[in-house]
Ligand binder design. Structure first.
Ligand code: FMN
Length: 197
């Protein structure tokens, strides 16, 4: 992890509870690509998401605080959801619902920040609908979906032993991480210059 606070922070949210989740591995590949280019990264993965069922009152405690603080601080995001019944999984959506905590902030929701989107499905059909749902959520939250989004068909055995073993899929995931980093860096430098002026 790149720890310099002068680097943009990219926050990843996603995965499933399945051990060795392809969605979680995919998210980590994209975050790693951003990190290799100089980003700081932070991730909320499957085991975190199980503890984040959405309650408007404070039942998710410290983890909720940590998620919402990360969202507030973030310069960019990568969100990765499995396709569950043709759409975003409940676990991922529950975590995203906490973005509502930022509604009254000066910079609410995902405002003005890039969002890389990834979906994993066990077939082709649900990839398009889930990616479209993630893009709709991002637009609703005033984020900027990156031009490239990744849809992966895990029935093609492109993940094994906690790794993405397919060169093309891996390069697509890296591209999303890179696009988030590049967009975030441009805005990060711009706002630092404005702050210094
Ligand atoms: C509740 C549930 C619903 C699912 N619905 C779909 C679906 O509609 N279409 C599809 O292609 N795959 C579906 N899948 C398969 C997952 O999308 C697929 O396994 C994906 O790669 C997530 O894998 P992961 O748990 O390894 O991250 C479903 C899986 C579960 C558990």
């Amino acid at each position: 992890m790149n720890n310099t606070t002068l680097a943009p922070l990219i926050v990843g949210i996603g995965g499933t509870v399945r051990t060795g989740s392809a969605t979680e591995v995919a998210l980590k590949v994209a975050l790693h690509a951003a990190e290799m280019r100089g980003a700081r990264t932070m991730g909320f993965f499957g085991s975190d998401l199980t503890r984040l069922g959405y309650y408007p009152s404070d039942q998710a405690g410290a983890l909720r605080q940590s998620l919402v603080s990360a969202i507030r601080e973030a310069d960019g995001f990568v969100i990765a959801s499995p396709a569950y019944h043709g759409s975003v999984s409940g676990l991922v959506k529950n975590a995203l619902d906490y973005i509502e905590d930022t509604a009254s902030d000066v910079r609410p929701y995902l405002n003005d920040r890039p969002v890389g989107l990834i979906t994993c499905a066990f077939g082709w059909q649900a990839i398009g609908s889930t990616l479209a749902a993630l893009r709709s959520i991002t637009h609703a939250l005033r984020g900027w979906p990156t031009p490239f989004g990744v849809g992966l068909n895990t029935s093609e055995r492109i993940f094994a032993d906690g790794q993405c073993t397919d060169a093309k899929a891996k390069s697509q995931l890296e591209l999303v991480g890179t696009q988030v980093f590049e967009f975030a860096s441009t805005r990060f430098e711009h706002s630092n210059k404005r702050g210094a002026a």
